[in-house]
Write a protein that binds this ligand. Structure first.
Ligand code: BG6
Ligand code: MG
Length: 220
């Protein structure tokens, strides 16, 4: 039996655009330059770490932790306003069918996300019932690239890490899954996700069996 563990942002749905808009507002107020390239570096990392990267770009790492917390809270309010408006058709192509196929095959499905907003996003996408286990940013003490989020997922599914397959769009997430002894499938660009065991552009046209046979155990 396999345990399939899915990251949320960038794997199930494209929330990077909302993170970008919210962080851009904050960066503009702090007069720190913020580009799509910097946004790329925020993928997979916690809210606090994301802000640290922005402060580093702006040479503002001297900001005190209480002030950092206020900006992070403000960013989250802006972000939540965007995700509250999400529609169920914002699930990435092929994801819903892929999840249904895993369910029909009898394997286990977990969410392994850094986000503290995962419940709201799954609700907006009407996907709450698609996961047997949910582990998110509200439940872990260590963020990716630490494997905690995925190891908790495996434990709750009662499946050994070596029988877990993690789907991730970020390098921090791929690193986390490997540290936890799991197999990895990168979602997106193979040049960026070169450490993943296999990379696919998206779920359209893929079945769980095809992933195991062609992506993870193919002769490269
Ligand atoms: C990850 C995103 O899934 O969640 C990161 O890729 C984000 O960009 C992190 O910073 C935390 O999300 P949230 O919703 O708790 O601010
Ligand atoms: Mg992600």
């Amino acid at each position: 039996m396999w345990g399939f563990i899915f990251d949320l942002d960038g794997v199930i749905t494209d929330t990077a655009k909302y993170h970008y808009l919210a962080w851009k507002t904050i960066a503009d107020e702090l007069e720190i330059p913020f580009t799509e390239e910097i946004n790329e570096r925020l993928k997979g990392v916690s809210r606090e770490k994301s802000f640290e990267i922005i402060l580093e770009v702006g040479n503002r790492l001297d900001m005190k932790s209480e002030e950092r917390a206020k900006w992070c809270e403000k960013k989250n309010k802006l972000y939540v306003d965007y995700i509250k408006q999400m529609k169920k058709d914002e699930v990435l192509p092929g994801v819903r069918v892929f999840l249904e196929k895993i369910r029909k095959g009898g394997d286990c499905i977990a969410l392994g996300s850094a986000s503290k907003n995962s419940k709201l996003i799954l609700e907006r996408l009407e996907l709450q019932k698609a996961f047997d286990v949910i582990v998110d940013g509200t439940m872990v003490t260590k963020a990716k690239p630490d494997p905690e989020v995925f190891l908790q997922g495996a434990k709750k599914m009662h499946i050994n890490p070596e029988n877990c397959i993690v789907f991730e769009d970020s390098t921090a997430g791929i690193e986390a899954a490997h540290k936890g002894g799991m197999k990895t499938v990168g979602i997106g660009d193979a040049k960026i996700l070169r450490k993943a065991d296999g990379v696919i552009a998206g779920f359209e046209g893929w079945t769980p069996e095809k992933i195991v046979e062609e992506v993870l155990f193919c002769v490269k």
